[in-house]
Ligand binder design. Structure first.
Ligand SMILES: [Zn+2]
Length: 102
């Protein structure tokens, strides 16, 4: 996955009346048939009128937050920590099919 795809898949922008909040996907029980997905805010809220490029920068910056993303020792990409399995290897490298239903 490219970094852009990781950003697209595992982060989102929540628009509120107070501002734009970058959120990271948190996945519980990824190995079950129905993983539980929640979203947690990362960093400070951006102004409602933040420029699109600043929103993008903030989404990429979220990938650097070690509370929400860990690096796979095999492919070097980051994933939500629950998708980093035994031996610090990610679910994708392990060939694990994680069903992230929308
Ligand atoms: Zn990997």
């Amino acid at each position: 996955m490219t970094e852009a795809q990781i950003v697209e898949k595992y982060t989102r922008v929540l628009k509120t009346s107070l501002g734009l909040w970058i959120q990271a996907m948190v996945i519980k029980n990824p190995q079950s048939n129905s993983p539980e997905i929640t979203w947690k805010g990362v960093g400070r809220m951006l102004p409602v009128r933040a420029l699109p490029e600043n929103v993008e920068i903030a989404r990429y910056a979220a990938l650097k937050d070690r509370r929400f993303f860990k690096q796979c020792t095999h492919c070097g990409e980051v994933r939500p920590p629950s998708l980093i399995l035994t031996g610090e290897v990610c679910a994708d490298c392990m060939g694990m099919d994680v069903r992230l239903a929308a």
